[in-house]
Design a protein around this ligand. Structure first.
Ligand code: ADP
Ligand code: MG
Length: 369
C-alpha cells in the first residue's frame, strides 16, 4: 500500500497557494512523518490525501491507482485526529466497531477484529466504559483501536499525541511505533514536534513556506540539512547560524570572531555557517583569547546551556559540563571543534567541514531515499 504524491498543490482561495509542488513516495509499511511549524500546511496535506478537501493541483496515487478525485470511503485509509473524535454515548467496544458496522461487516468478523484491536492497545479492562470515563491517553488508544480494527492498511494521523501530557506522550510514541511495525501499517504522521518526528519516523518531510524543504531519514535530516531552516528546526539546543565572510584564501571568519579553515578557496564572499552547540568547545580559563560573554546560564542537571554573545554582538548557544561554574558576564574562549555547516547567503547547504575536510550535505532532490 504505497502512496505517491505528484506535485500536489492546494489553494483554498484562488491564487493563494497554501502548498505547492509537493512530491513524495511513501513506501508500503513505512512510518512517514510530515513536520513543520504551525500553519505550514501539514493538516491541509493530510486532508488532501484523505479526500476530506479537494486537491487543487497534481496527482495522488494510492497503491498505484490514481486517487486524486476518489471519495474518502474509497481510498482505503483511516484517520486519527488530535481530538479523538469518539462518540460520547457509545462504549469503547462500540466506538471501535462503529466503522465496521457501518460498512456491514458480518457480526462475528466485527467481534474478532474489535477484540483483537482492543487487546493490542491494552484497553481490555475498559471495554464497556464511555469515553468520558477514560483518560486522554486511553481515549487516544480507542481512536487507535478503531483505526487498527478496520482492514485498512494506511493510517493518517494528525498530531494524535499532542493533547497528552509529556510523560504519556513519550510512552505512546513507542507504543504507536511498535503497533505500526507489528501490523505492517503505512502511517503518515503529522506533527509540529521535531523530536517526535526524529524518534518515530522512517522518513521525514519538512514543510515550510508552502513547500517541501527536505525529505530524508532522521539521520539525513540531522546530519545533512538541506538549508538553514531545516538545520535550525531539528536539534535542541538549536544550531547556531553565524554570518561568515571569506577572510583569507582557505579561511572563513564567522561573526567577525571565529576562524574556520576550509579545504579549498571559496567562490563568493559571503556565507552563513551553522554550528551545533555541541560542536563548540570552551577552552579552559587562560587558554585562548576571550571571545564570548555569558548572557544566561541554564542548569539542566547533566549539562549547562549557556547563551553567550560573541565580541561583535552575535548570539551563540553553548553546552558546558555540569560540574563547571559559569556566571552571567563571564568572558569565555570558544573554539570550533566539530562539524561546521556552510550555507550560501540564501541559506542553501553547500558543504560541511569537519577537521578541515569537506563533506557533502543534503539537498531536497538528492536525499530522497
Ligand atoms: P498546519 O496543520 O501545518 O498548522 P494548516 O494546514 O492547518 O497548517 O493550514 C495551512 C494554511 O492554510 C494556514 O495558513 C491556514 O490559515 C490556511 N487554511 C487552513 N484551512 C483553511 C481553510 N479551510 N480555508 C482557508 N485557509 C485555510
Ligand atoms: Mg494542523
Amino acid at each position: 500500500m504505497s502512496i505517491e504524491l505528484k506535485a500536489l498543490g492546494k489553494e483554498y482561495t484562488a491564487g493563494n497557494w497554501v502548498l505547492e509542488d509537493v512530491s513524495a513516495h511513501i513506501e508500503s509499511g513505512e512510518f512517514f512523518a510530515i513536520v513543520g511549524p504551525s500553519g505550514c500546511g501539514k493538516s491541509t496535506l493530510l486532508r488532501m490525501i484523505a479526500g476530506l478537501i479537494p486537491i487543487s493541483a497534481g496527482e495522488l496515487q494510492i497503491d498505484d491507482q490514481v486517487a486524486t478525485n476518489l471519495p474518502p470511503k474509497d481510498r482505503k485509509l483511516t484517520m486519527v485526529f488530535q481530538s479523538y473524535a469518539l462518540f460520547p454515548f457509545l462504549s469503547v467496544t462500540d466506538n471501535v466497531a462503529f466503522g465496521l458496522k457501518a460498512r456491514k461487516f458480518p457480526a462475528d468478523e466485527i467481534k474478532k477484529r474489535v477484540d483483537k484491536a482492543i487487546d493490542l492497545v491494552n484497553l481490555n479492562e475498559f471495554k464497556d466504559r464511555k469515553p468520558r470515563d477514560l483518560s486522554g491517553g486511553q481515549r487516544q488508544r480507542v481512536a487507535l483501536a478503531r483505526a487498527i480494527a478496520s482492514d485498512v492498511k494506511i493510517c493518517l494521523m494528525d498530531e494524535p499525541l499532542s493533547n497528552l501530557d509529556a510523560q504519556l506522550r513519550i510512552k505512546m510514541r513507542t507504543e504507536l511505533r511498535n503497533l505500526q511495525r507489528e501490523l505492517g501499517l503505512t502511517v503518515i504522521y503529522v506533527t509540529h514536534d521535531q523530536v517526535e518526528a526524529m524518534t518515530m519516523a522512517d522518513h521525514i518531510m519538512v514543510l515550510h513556506n508552502h513547500e517541501i524543504q527536505q525529505i530524508g531519514t532522521p539521520l539525513d535530516i540531522y546530519n545533512r540539512p538541506a538549508n538553514t531552516f531545516v538545520a535550525s528546526f531539528f536539534g535542541t539546543p538549536r544550531m547556531n547560524l553565524l554570518p561568515a565572510r571569506v577572510e583569507a584564501d582557505k579561511e572563513l571568519l564567522l561573526a567577525n570572531t571565529l576562524k574556520l579553515s576550509v579545504p579549498e578557496p571559496l567562490p563568493v564572499a559571503d556565507y552563513v555557517v551553522g554550528i551545533r552547540p555541541n560542536a563548540l568547545r570552551l577552552l579552559p580559563q587562560g587558554a585562548g583569547e576571550p571571545n564570548a560573554q555569558v548572557k544566561t546560564v541554564e542548569y539542566l542537571g547533566s549539562e549547562i546551556i549557556l547563551e553567550a554573545e560573541l565580541a561583535d554582538g552575535t548570539p551563540l548557544e553553548l553546552v558546558a559540563a555540569a560540574k563547571d561554574q559559569y556566571n552571567v558576564g563571564d568572558w569565555l574562549s570558544v573554539a570550533i571543534d566539530g562539524q561546521a555547516y556552510v550555507f550560501d547567503h540564501d541559506g542553501q547547504a553547500q558543504f560541511m567541514v569537519e577537521g578541515g575536510t569537506r563533506h557533502a550535505t543534503g539537498n531536497h532532490a538528492s536525499v530522497q531515499a
